[in-house]
Design a protein around this ligand. Structure first.
Ligand SMILES: [Zn+2]
Length: 304
Protein backbone atom coordinates (compact mmCIF):
# COMPACT_ATOMS: atom_id res chain seq x y z
CA UNK A 1 0.00 0.00 0.00
CA UNK A 2 1.40 3.41 -0.93
CA UNK A 3 2.38 5.47 2.13
CA UNK A 4 3.58 9.07 2.37
CA UNK A 5 6.94 8.52 0.63
CA UNK A 6 5.39 6.60 -2.29
CA UNK A 7 2.70 9.23 -2.84
CA UNK A 8 5.35 11.99 -2.66
CA UNK A 9 7.33 10.27 -5.41
CA UNK A 10 4.22 10.13 -7.62
CA UNK A 11 3.59 13.82 -6.93
CA UNK A 12 7.19 14.67 -7.85
CA UNK A 13 7.01 12.63 -11.06
CA UNK A 14 3.69 14.17 -12.16
CA UNK A 15 4.90 17.64 -11.23
CA UNK A 16 8.09 17.38 -13.24
CA UNK A 17 6.35 15.88 -16.29
CA UNK A 18 3.17 17.99 -16.41
CA UNK A 19 3.53 21.26 -14.52
CA UNK A 20 3.75 24.46 -16.48
CA UNK A 21 1.96 22.86 -19.42
CA UNK A 22 -1.62 23.52 -20.54
CA UNK A 23 -4.07 20.64 -20.20
CA UNK A 24 -4.94 19.00 -23.51
CA UNK A 25 -7.44 16.54 -22.04
CA UNK A 26 -8.65 15.39 -18.66
CA UNK A 27 -10.82 12.31 -18.38
CA UNK A 28 -12.00 10.34 -15.37
CA UNK A 29 -14.09 7.34 -14.50
CA UNK A 30 -14.77 8.00 -10.83
CA UNK A 31 -18.33 9.13 -10.21
CA UNK A 32 -17.55 12.49 -8.61
CA UNK A 33 -15.00 13.53 -11.22
CA UNK A 34 -17.13 12.34 -14.14
CA UNK A 35 -20.06 14.46 -13.05
CA UNK A 36 -17.84 17.49 -12.51
CA UNK A 37 -16.04 17.12 -15.81
CA UNK A 38 -19.27 16.67 -17.75
CA UNK A 39 -20.06 20.28 -16.92
CA UNK A 40 -16.62 21.83 -16.48
CA UNK A 41 -14.17 20.09 -18.79
CA UNK A 42 -14.28 22.85 -21.46
CA UNK A 43 -13.19 25.36 -18.80
CA UNK A 44 -10.19 23.22 -17.86
CA UNK A 45 -8.76 22.65 -21.32
CA UNK A 46 -5.87 24.99 -22.00
CA UNK A 47 -5.29 25.82 -18.33
CA UNK A 48 -1.80 25.12 -17.03
CA UNK A 49 -1.04 22.67 -14.26
CA UNK A 50 0.72 24.85 -11.73
CA UNK A 51 1.93 22.46 -9.06
CA UNK A 52 1.46 18.86 -7.99
CA UNK A 53 2.15 18.05 -4.35
CA UNK A 54 1.25 15.57 -1.65
CA UNK A 55 0.23 15.76 1.98
CA UNK A 56 0.43 12.40 3.67
CA UNK A 57 -1.14 9.89 1.32
CA UNK A 58 -3.12 12.55 -0.57
CA UNK A 59 -2.03 13.91 -3.94
CA UNK A 60 -3.21 17.32 -5.11
CA UNK A 61 -2.69 19.08 -8.42
CA UNK A 62 -3.29 22.81 -8.66
CA UNK A 63 -4.62 24.02 -12.00
CA UNK A 64 -4.55 27.60 -13.22
CA UNK A 65 -7.67 29.57 -12.33
CA UNK A 66 -8.24 27.96 -8.95
CA UNK A 67 -9.06 24.45 -10.15
CA UNK A 68 -7.58 21.28 -8.68
CA UNK A 69 -7.48 17.50 -9.02
CA UNK A 70 -7.12 15.15 -6.09
CA UNK A 71 -6.36 11.45 -5.65
CA UNK A 72 -6.11 8.96 -2.80
CA UNK A 73 -4.66 5.61 -3.78
CA UNK A 74 -6.10 3.55 -0.89
CA UNK A 75 -4.74 -0.02 -1.04
CA UNK A 76 -3.99 -0.70 -4.68
CA UNK A 77 -3.87 2.55 -6.61
CA UNK A 78 -0.90 3.90 -8.53
CA UNK A 79 0.00 6.67 -10.97
CA UNK A 80 1.80 6.07 -14.25
CA UNK A 81 3.65 9.00 -15.69
CA UNK A 82 4.66 9.11 -19.34
CA UNK A 83 6.93 12.08 -19.94
CA UNK A 84 6.57 12.07 -23.71
CA UNK A 85 3.78 11.48 -26.08
CA UNK A 86 3.38 7.76 -26.45
CA UNK A 87 0.25 5.72 -27.03
CA UNK A 88 -0.95 4.04 -23.88
CA UNK A 89 -4.05 1.95 -24.10
CA UNK A 90 -6.92 2.49 -21.73
CA UNK A 91 -7.45 -0.60 -19.61
CA UNK A 92 -10.31 -1.38 -17.30
CA UNK A 93 -8.37 -0.34 -14.19
CA UNK A 94 -7.80 3.21 -15.41
CA UNK A 95 -9.54 5.82 -13.23
CA UNK A 96 -8.24 9.07 -14.67
CA UNK A 97 -5.94 10.44 -17.38
CA UNK A 98 -4.41 13.87 -17.65
CA UNK A 99 -2.66 14.82 -20.89
CA UNK A 100 -0.86 18.12 -21.38
CA UNK A 101 0.17 19.90 -24.55
CA UNK A 102 3.23 18.11 -25.89
CA UNK A 103 1.89 14.75 -24.82
CA UNK A 104 3.15 14.15 -21.29
CA UNK A 105 0.52 12.04 -19.55
CA UNK A 106 -0.39 10.96 -16.02
CA UNK A 107 -2.66 7.95 -15.66
CA UNK A 108 -4.31 6.94 -12.43
CA UNK A 109 -4.81 3.20 -12.09
CA UNK A 110 -6.99 1.23 -9.64
CA UNK A 111 -7.48 4.13 -7.23
CA UNK A 112 -11.05 4.57 -6.04
CA UNK A 113 -10.74 8.26 -5.19
CA UNK A 114 -10.19 10.93 -7.84
CA UNK A 115 -11.90 14.30 -7.77
CA UNK A 116 -11.73 17.50 -9.75
CA UNK A 117 -13.00 20.79 -8.36
CA UNK A 118 -12.60 24.50 -7.84
CA UNK A 119 -11.45 26.36 -4.73
CA UNK A 120 -8.95 25.43 -2.04
CA UNK A 121 -8.80 21.62 -1.99
CA UNK A 122 -7.70 21.68 1.66
CA UNK A 123 -11.12 23.14 2.48
CA UNK A 124 -13.22 21.59 -0.27
CA UNK A 125 -12.28 17.94 0.32
CA UNK A 126 -13.50 16.46 3.59
CA UNK A 127 -10.57 14.01 3.92
CA UNK A 128 -8.07 16.87 3.80
CA UNK A 129 -9.68 19.11 6.41
CA UNK A 130 -8.51 17.22 9.47
CA UNK A 131 -5.14 15.85 8.34
CA UNK A 132 -2.31 15.87 10.84
CA UNK A 133 1.12 17.31 10.06
CA UNK A 134 2.82 15.82 7.00
CA UNK A 135 5.65 13.43 7.88
CA UNK A 136 7.46 14.78 4.80
CA UNK A 137 7.17 18.54 5.12
CA UNK A 138 8.17 20.55 2.06
CA UNK A 139 11.24 22.71 2.68
CA UNK A 140 9.10 25.84 2.36
CA UNK A 141 6.91 24.58 5.22
CA UNK A 142 9.85 24.01 7.59
CA UNK A 143 10.39 20.99 9.83
CA UNK A 144 7.98 18.25 10.86
CA UNK A 145 5.41 19.96 13.08
CA UNK A 146 6.26 17.94 16.18
CA UNK A 147 4.25 20.08 18.62
CA UNK A 148 1.13 19.72 16.49
CA UNK A 149 1.69 15.95 16.27
CA UNK A 150 2.08 15.64 20.06
CA UNK A 151 -0.92 17.85 20.74
CA UNK A 152 -3.09 15.60 18.59
CA UNK A 153 -1.58 12.35 19.89
CA UNK A 154 -2.10 13.35 23.51
CA UNK A 155 -5.55 14.91 23.03
CA UNK A 156 -8.47 13.52 25.04
CA UNK A 157 -9.67 11.77 21.88
CA UNK A 158 -6.47 9.82 21.22
CA UNK A 159 -4.38 9.60 24.39
CA UNK A 160 -5.85 6.27 25.50
CA UNK A 161 -5.14 4.60 22.17
CA UNK A 162 -2.25 2.20 21.62
CA UNK A 163 0.61 4.06 19.96
CA UNK A 164 0.80 1.50 17.15
CA UNK A 165 -2.83 2.20 16.22
CA UNK A 166 -2.58 5.97 16.73
CA UNK A 167 0.36 6.30 14.32
CA UNK A 168 -1.84 5.03 11.48
CA UNK A 169 -4.44 7.71 12.18
CA UNK A 170 -3.97 10.33 9.46
CA UNK A 171 -5.46 13.06 11.65
CA UNK A 172 -2.53 12.65 14.08
CA UNK A 173 0.30 12.48 11.53
CA UNK A 174 -0.27 12.24 7.78
CA UNK A 175 1.58 9.69 5.69
CA UNK A 176 2.33 6.79 8.04
CA UNK A 177 1.12 3.38 6.90
CA UNK A 178 1.89 -0.14 7.97
CA UNK A 179 5.57 -0.41 7.06
CA UNK A 180 6.51 3.02 8.38
CA UNK A 181 4.82 2.55 11.75
CA UNK A 182 6.57 -0.78 12.38
CA UNK A 183 9.96 0.69 11.44
CA UNK A 184 9.44 3.90 13.45
CA UNK A 185 8.39 2.07 16.62
CA UNK A 186 11.26 -0.38 16.33
CA UNK A 187 13.81 2.42 15.89
CA UNK A 188 12.40 4.14 19.01
CA UNK A 189 12.19 0.80 20.88
CA UNK A 190 8.55 1.52 21.70
CA UNK A 191 6.01 -1.20 22.45
CA UNK A 192 3.22 -0.74 19.85
CA UNK A 193 0.59 -1.78 22.41
CA UNK A 194 1.44 0.88 25.00
CA UNK A 195 -1.09 3.71 25.26
CA UNK A 196 0.09 7.10 23.97
CA UNK A 197 -0.55 8.66 27.38
CA UNK A 198 1.79 6.13 29.06
CA UNK A 199 4.81 6.92 26.88
CA UNK A 200 7.61 8.72 28.74
CA UNK A 201 8.62 12.18 27.56
CA UNK A 202 11.90 10.80 26.15
CA UNK A 203 10.01 8.32 23.94
CA UNK A 204 7.71 11.07 22.64
CA UNK A 205 10.69 13.27 21.80
CA UNK A 206 12.39 10.40 20.01
CA UNK A 207 9.24 9.69 18.00
CA UNK A 208 9.16 13.31 16.83
CA UNK A 209 12.71 12.96 15.57
CA UNK A 210 12.49 9.48 14.07
CA UNK A 211 9.18 9.93 12.18
CA UNK A 212 10.53 12.50 9.66
CA UNK A 213 13.94 10.77 9.57
CA UNK A 214 12.59 7.39 8.48
CA UNK A 215 10.05 9.01 6.14
CA UNK A 216 12.85 10.96 4.41
CA UNK A 217 15.01 7.87 4.12
CA UNK A 218 12.07 5.99 2.54
CA UNK A 219 11.49 8.86 0.13
CA UNK A 220 15.14 8.99 -0.98
CA UNK A 221 15.67 5.23 -1.07
CA UNK A 222 12.44 4.05 -2.76
CA UNK A 223 10.81 2.73 0.38
CA UNK A 224 13.92 1.42 2.13
CA UNK A 225 13.82 2.30 5.83
CA UNK A 226 17.14 0.94 7.11
CA UNK A 227 20.44 2.80 6.65
CA UNK A 228 22.84 1.91 3.86
CA UNK A 229 25.18 0.26 6.37
CA UNK A 230 22.34 -1.87 7.75
CA UNK A 231 21.32 -2.79 4.21
CA UNK A 232 24.85 -3.97 3.44
CA UNK A 233 24.97 -5.93 6.67
CA UNK A 234 21.70 -7.75 5.91
CA UNK A 235 22.77 -8.51 2.34
CA UNK A 236 26.04 -9.97 3.52
CA UNK A 237 24.60 -12.25 6.20
CA UNK A 238 22.38 -15.12 5.04
CA UNK A 239 21.03 -15.61 8.58
CA UNK A 240 19.35 -12.19 8.26
CA UNK A 241 17.45 -13.19 5.12
CA UNK A 242 14.70 -15.68 4.41
CA UNK A 243 16.17 -18.77 2.72
CA UNK A 244 14.32 -18.12 -0.53
CA UNK A 245 14.22 -14.33 -0.31
CA UNK A 246 16.18 -12.00 -2.55
CA UNK A 247 18.78 -9.78 -0.85
CA UNK A 248 17.28 -6.73 -2.59
CA UNK A 249 13.82 -7.17 -1.04
CA UNK A 250 14.99 -8.84 2.15
CA UNK A 251 17.23 -5.94 3.14
CA UNK A 252 14.74 -3.09 2.92
CA UNK A 253 13.40 -3.03 6.48
CA UNK A 254 14.45 -3.82 10.03
CA UNK A 255 11.23 -5.48 11.23
CA UNK A 256 8.47 -5.09 8.63
CA UNK A 257 7.72 -8.51 7.09
CA UNK A 258 10.72 -10.01 8.89
CA UNK A 259 8.84 -12.35 11.22
CA UNK A 260 11.12 -15.03 12.71
CA UNK A 261 14.30 -13.41 11.37
CA UNK A 262 16.82 -12.17 13.97
CA UNK A 263 16.54 -8.60 15.28
CA UNK A 264 19.37 -6.39 13.95
CA UNK A 265 20.03 -5.11 17.49
CA UNK A 266 19.75 -8.13 19.73
CA UNK A 267 19.31 -11.24 17.60
CA UNK A 268 15.94 -12.21 19.16
CA UNK A 269 13.40 -13.30 16.53
CA UNK A 270 11.10 -10.60 15.13
CA UNK A 271 7.44 -11.31 15.88
CA UNK A 272 4.11 -10.19 14.47
CA UNK A 273 0.73 -9.56 16.07
CA UNK A 274 -2.61 -8.24 14.96
CA UNK A 275 -3.53 -4.80 16.18
CA UNK A 276 -6.92 -3.13 15.92
CA UNK A 277 -6.68 0.19 14.09
CA UNK A 278 -9.23 2.68 12.80
CA UNK A 279 -9.47 3.57 9.13
CA UNK A 280 -9.74 7.30 8.50
CA UNK A 281 -11.45 6.78 5.18
CA UNK A 282 -14.23 4.56 6.52
CA UNK A 283 -14.13 5.17 10.28
CA UNK A 284 -14.22 1.41 10.76
CA UNK A 285 -11.98 -0.69 12.98
CA UNK A 286 -9.66 -3.02 11.15
CA UNK A 287 -6.90 -5.40 12.16
CA UNK A 288 -3.45 -4.72 10.76
CA UNK A 289 -0.30 -6.74 11.37
CA UNK A 290 2.39 -5.04 13.44
CA UNK A 291 5.97 -6.36 13.37
CA UNK A 292 8.31 -5.83 16.33
CA UNK A 293 11.23 -7.16 18.34
CA UNK A 294 9.77 -8.52 21.59
CA UNK A 295 13.06 -7.89 23.38
CA UNK A 296 14.00 -4.39 22.17
CA UNK A 297 10.40 -3.18 22.32
CA UNK A 298 9.41 -5.00 25.52
CA UNK A 299 6.39 -6.75 24.06
CA UNK A 300 5.03 -9.79 25.84
CA UNK A 301 4.36 -12.54 23.36
CA UNK A 302 1.85 -15.09 24.57
CA UNK A 303 2.03 -18.84 23.93
CA UNK A 304 1.37 -19.82 20.34
ZN1 LIG B 1 15.84 -6.72 19.38
Amino acid sequence: MPEGPEVRRYAQAIHSALSGQPIASLTARTKAAKAYLAAEEPHLIGRRIERVFSHGKNLIGQIEGGYYFYSHLMMWGSWRVLPHSSPFEVDRRERARIVVLGGATAILVSAPIFEVGHGNPLNEIAALRHLGPDILPYPCAGHFAASCFLERLLSAEHRERAIGAALLDQTIAAGIGNYLRAEILFRCRINPFVRAVDLPQSALQELCQVIPEIASRALEAAGVTVSEAEQQRIRGDRSLLYPNGTPEWGSRHAVFRRTNLPCLNCGVKIQQKRQVTRQLETGEDKERIIYFCPNCQHVEVGPK
